[in-house]
Write a protein that binds this ligand. Structure first.
Ligand SMILES: Cc1ncc(COP(=O)(O)O)c(C=O)c1O
Length: 390
């Protein structure tokens, strides 16, 4: 399928060069139509929908997602977003004084907050492994993490694909190591489902939270938490409802699902639309689409690197799929550049300040085209020239 045909399947404003799928995703028209259908169906007979059909509908939606990410229907639950997932994980792992939670210096700020507060509350210590970029191999990423593991490390918390830098961490290798040492591995897969082919059971993390509303193109508010079998009945819910406590209703004896699927009345429509999103990806041969995205992303990263003379962040193009970063001059003002690109070039793209350096984070989804990269390069060139004249 031509990229122009794919673009028409999305709602995106044609006047904008949308190179920031990574922040909130974008939902195709037909998937959004499924979302509206669910909402309308619920309004025709709300009691029938919520009291008699909800549980079965959710189970069907869980089954479709479980197949897609390679786990079992009853080891995964829908949640609103990955932030929610990280909160669930941090609440469920018993921590005490002297324990250490290890993460990298590439984690998403809100999720780092979750662990910082959980550590403050329990007396555990938060430790960060520095993982420098550019890097030369996946082995280097692994080594930087493993050499920071100590005798007190109880949890490793790791992004599958990092937010500020778009590094893909070797989760399977870290999982094998963690298991051999009795360390709990919790993965923030906010950007992974839809970009990476996942087989969560094979990956072997204790906890894995992922978003469907980013790279799977599902409606916003669709995400999941998947856990290893030994954690299914040890997940502490963020909200107490009918699935937890003395007044139980409609429970199935699975704490992960009982405690998280029904959290009081709210529209389950994003989750129920995930099968439509999976169907959309499959019908449009997303494996091929992703390969095309990687090609266009490679062109963008190479051109930015050539423009400003920085080394590529990645060892080669197998290190990313649809999300990638390239370095920019450190003295530039990120917020100013972001506004400049949008106001003058209609380019929507994040400029990320990380460890005192600047990076442009390029997202390429099926709807992006060469002209989006052309506009980005023109905008960066123009900003660079303006800065040189100052
Ligand atoms: C690595 C990472 N984790 C977590 C999140 C939070 O996702 P959400 O806003 O869907 O909770 C993001 C958002 O961009 C992210 O990049």
């Amino acid at each position: 399928m031509e990229r122009t045909d794919l673009k028409e399947k999305f709602m995106l404003d044609p006047a904008v060069h949308f190179l920031n799928h990574g922040s909130f995703g974008a939902c195709p028209k037909e998937v959004l139509a499924a979302f509206h259908d669910w909402a309308e169906r619920s309004e025709r007979q709300p009691v029938l929908f919520y009291m008699r059909q909800f549980q079965d509908l959710m189970k069907t939606a869980r089954a479709a997602l479980a197949r897609f990410v390679g786990t079992e229907t009853d080891r995964l639950v829908y949640i609103p977003n990955a932030t929610h997932g990280v909160n669930l994980i941090a609440r469920s792992i018993p921590l005490s004084r002297g324990d250490e939670v290890l993460m990298t210096d590439h984690e998403y700020g809100a999720c780092e907050n979750v662990w910082a507060l959980r550590c403050a509350e329990t007396g555990a210590e938060l430790r960060k492994a520095a993982v420098p970029v550019p890097y030369r191999s996946g082995g280097e990423l692994r080594d930087r993490i493993l050499e920071s593991v100590g005798a007190r490390t109880r949890v490793i918390f790791l992004s599958h694909i990092s937010s500020p830098t778009a590094l893909t961490f070797p989760v399977a290798e870290i999982a094998r190591f963690a298991r051999s040492r009795g360390i709990i591995l919790a993965v923030d897969g906010a950007h992974a489902p839809g970009q990476l082919e996942l087989d969560l059971d094979d990956l072997g993390a204790d906890f894995y939270t992922g978003n469907c509303h980013k790279w799977m193109c599902a409606p916003k508010g669709s995400a999941f938490l998947a856990v290893a079998p030994e954690w299914v009945n040890r997940v502490e819910p963020n909200v107490i409802s009918w699935g937890t406590g003395p007044n139980l209703e409609n429970t199935i004896g699975n704490r992960l699902i009982d405690g998280n699927e029904w959290l009081g009345t709210q529209g389950p429509f994003p989750a129920l639309s995930v099968p439509a999103a999976i169907d959309f990806l499959e019908r449009n041969d997303w494996r091929a689409v992703r390969a095309g995205c990687r090609e266009l992303l490679t062109r963008g990263l190479n051109e930015v690197n050539r423009l400003f003379g920085f080394e590529p962040v990645y060892p080669d193009e197998r290190a990313y799929v649809q999300l990638g970063t390239a370095e920019l001059p450190a003295h530039w003002r990120a917020a100013e550049l972001n506004a400049y690109l949008y106001d003058r070039f209609a380019v929507e793209i994040p400029i990320i300040r990380w460890n005192g350096r600047n990076f442009v984070r390029i997202s390429i989804q099926g709807y992006n085209q060469d002209e989006d990269i052309d506009a980005l390069i023109a905008g960066l060139k123009s900003y660079g020239e303006m800065n040189a004249m100052k």
